[in-house]
Design a binder for this molecule. Structure first.
Ligand code: AMP
Length: 216
């Protein structure tokens, strides 16, 4: 199964992708996570991507397409994968179509997680992840069961993304509406677009997601 999760920043793509990795044994490919790791490790890609990421703008297509092309060659992607944060514009979607065609692979579906813009700022500014296992939490919507302890790995160190602040969110939302939203008609025309309501609780979104995928 090859899935794309589409939605504005803060819609819940990462959370739902993590759920699907557990329930369906798919690998989560998050270009945002890969780029953040490149920035932290000060690799050449990281140094090239950092300015755009800090400003909430998109990193160049050339960089992200190369990252995904390399990553899907790895063995763990053979059984299927979930793309979280890629493609982000039509040029990336066309590049993905070409990559999959070349490998004889087929896109199973694209799930749009639809959320109102007004809900996104509080979702983004309140979120944080476990430094050890990357599990996602939120100050209001998903607190750890034991305060300060990760539910998944027991870690006690948490991190907040540098770009999860109110100013950068505005640029990220603009990038989503200008460049990523045109992917909705792109995939609708191809008959692969599914939609779930992302305004409900995390478990309800997961339930809708599973129903949509089971009906594919
Ligand atoms: P995300 O974690 O998906 O919100 O991505 C964080 C940041 O990484 C974005 O604001 C972009 O600067 C960059 N980024 C992630 N994925 C892509 C992509 N497919 N194309 C361009 N930039 C990306």
């Amino acid at each position: 199964m090859i899935l794309i999760l589409l939605g504005a920043p803060g819609a819940g793509k990462g959370t739902q992708a993590q759920n699907l990795t557990k329930s369906r044994g798919l690998v989560q490919l998050s270009t945002g996570d890969m780029l953040r790791s490149a920035v932290a490790n000060k690799t050449e890609v990281g140094l090239r991507a950092k300015t755009a990421m800090d400003a909430g703008e998109l990193v160049s297509d050339e960089i992200v397409i190369a990252i995904i092309a390399d990553r899907i060659e790895e063995d763990d992607c053979k059984k299927g994968f979930i793309l979280d944060g890629f493609p982000r514009n039509v040029a990336q979607a066309e590049a993905l179509d070409a990559m999959l065609a070349e490998k004889g692979m087929k896109l199973t579906g694209v799930v749009e997680i639809a959320v109102d813009d007004e809900a996104l700022v509080s979702r983004i500014t309140g979120r944080y992840t476990c430094a050890g296992c990357n599990a996602g939490f939120h100050d209001e919507f998903k607190k750890p069961q034991v305060d300060g302890v990760c539910d998944s790995c027991g870690g006690t160190e948490f991190i907040r993304r540098k770009d999860d602040n109110e100013e950068t969110v505005v640029s990220r939302l603009k990038a989503y509406h200008d460049q990523t939203a045109p992917l909705l008609p792109y995939y609708k025309e191809r008959g692969v677009l599914l939609k779930v309501d992302g305004m409900v609780g995390i478990n309800d979104v997961t339930r809708q997601m599973n129903e949509a995928l089971d009906n594919l």
